[in-house]
Write a protein that binds this ligand. Structure first.
Ligand code: 4AD
Ligand code: MG
Length: 432
């Protein structure tokens, strides 16, 4: 009996007979030969059926089998530099488990809408396979990074009574006899966690009723949010820098094959090193106001085109700090030297991908925070628990949120965040 193994393990079985279980990603036939582009989830390899090496039934069955038919194949593993992945299997036995007829996603080009409607199948395509595996490595790297620094993972709730990032894009729902919202951010709960554990991170899905149809926005996306007691803005900027460098290194080490599938320019990732360039909002504004292509208005938040202009100036992520407090969230601490500015940072990815991280030092004074809640017209009663964090042992603390999909899109070098999550949710799409 041949050993059952996976494509990812073929290097350990050269010269042996093995059994692989998977699917026909593609197939071509030339007289006495069938070339099966085989995939099993762990990787892709070519399996060759020569008419004289297999039973007439198997040869005929594979000849008839459509793309994405499920199949078990046994054969000898050969190292072959020309073969994709470096190995080829010379088949001697096997069977088709289910013959798939008329698989909708053929090797020809399809439109984005058609592919998204078939996302449950599109996930099997090589590029999508590679992206989702990079996503896995990014998430794992983030956990490893924070674990190594003594952070605790603290899970924030999805149902909340209060808004964190403004009230304009909340998903409201009926919660028995009252209203509740889907969370926009785990931060406020993360702050409670930081007062209990010192340093924590939340990692989970977050929701925003984004009416904008852009390549950067999803209505459901994953966010990782560290929160650190006794840390100021500078401390968490360094943390963000270290984390991004660590994540990129890990993906370069663990997902090289996938980055090659994506034809990613690795030199663009290899140069992601500390220190990252830093600009204050006022400096960024000056650049934009002098830029011929910018429609930037001083005092406004940076728009996507502004972010693209600025991030294209550097080969490392750009950190922009000290935005006007009015365009930022209620919980941000003001700069004591210029109270019109918030002690905040946005980290923009290279190659024009825009904001990947938003963070800040938090307002730690009870009365000031209460004033901000009132200024923002937020319902005071639902923030009493949050204000308790300032009533009982308030300390300086800071944190940030990293959008997983934008980070994955950046590392993969893909245009649109919709491919960076298994089942994207957008204004006009909730299926499949
Ligand atoms: O800048 P944001 O709104 O910051 C917060 O939510 C803070 N509470 C985080 C914190 O300090 N703990 O969002 C953080 C990141 C953005 O930089 C972006 O990467 C991502 O979340 N993001 C989105 N990603 C995809 N689709 C959307 N609609 C997103 N909105 C934000
Ligand atoms: Mg932001």
């Amino acid at each position: 009996m041949a050993t059952i193994t996976t494509v990812s393990q073929l290097a350990n079985h050269v010269g042996e007979s093995v059994t692989l279980q998977g699917w026909i990603a593609n197939k071509s036939s030339k007289g006495k030969l069938h070339f099966v582009q085989f995939r099993d989830g762990s990787g892709f390899c070519q399996c060759v059926l020569f008419v004289k090496n297999v039973s007439p039934e198997l040869f005929e069955e594979v000849g008839r089998a459509g793309q994405e038919s499920s199949i078990v194949l046994t054969g000898e593993v050969k190292a072959d530099e020309r073969a994709p992945g470096g190995f080829e299997v010379s088949v001697t036995d096997g069977r088709v488990l289910q013959n798939a007829v008329d698989y909708p996603i053929t090797p020809k080009e399809h439109g984005a809408d058609f592919l998204l409607s078939n996302r449950h199948l599109w996930l099997r395509s090589k590029r999508q396979w590679a992206i989702i595996r990079v996503r896995d490595a990014v998430a794992m790297a983030i956990r490893r990074f924070f674990d190594g620094r003594g952070f605790i993972n603290l899970d924030a709730p999805m149902f909340t009574p209060n808004a964190c990032e403004g009230t304009s894009n909340l998903f409201e729902l009926d919660y028995f006899e009252r209203k509740a919202y889907l969370t926009q951010s785990g931060q406020l709960y993360g702050e409670a966690g930081a007062m209990a554990h010192g340093r924590i991170y939340t990692f989970g899905p977050t929701f925003r009723a984004e009416k904008s149809k852009t390549r950067r926005h999803l209505t459901e996306f994953w966010m990782m949010e560290p929160e650190v007691a006794f840390a100021d803005l500078g401390d968490v900027m360094e943390l963000a820098e270290d984390m991004l460098c660590f994540v990129v290194q890990e993906v370069l080490e663990r997902r090289r094959t996938e980055l090659e599938v994506l034809e990613r320019d690795l030199s663009k990732l290899e140069c992601i090193q500390k220190p990252f360039p830093r600009l204050k909002y006022a400096e960024a504004a000056k650049i934009l106001l002098e830029h011929p292509d910018s429609e930037f208005v001083d005092g406004d938040d940076l728009g996507a085109p502004d972010e693209t202009i600025l991030s294209n100036m550097y080969d490392r992520p750009l950190m922009i700090t000290h935005y006007p407090a009015e365009v930022k969230s209620f919980y941000m601490k003001r700069d004591p030297e210029d109270p019109s500015k918030a002690l905040c940072v946005d980290v923009l990815g290279t190659e024009g991908v825009g904001e990947m991280i938003g963070g800040s030092q938090r307002e730690d004074d009870l009365d000031t925070l209460l004033e901000r809640i009132r200024e923002h017209d937020l319902p005071e009663q639902y923030f009493q628990w949050y204000l308790d964090l300032r009533r009982y042992g308030s300390v300086p603390h800071s944190g940030f949120g990293l959008g997983l999909e934008r980070t994955v899109a950046w590392i993969c070098g893909i245009e649109h965040v919709r491919e960076a999550i298994p089942f994207p949710r957008m204004m006009y799409r909730i299926e499949p």
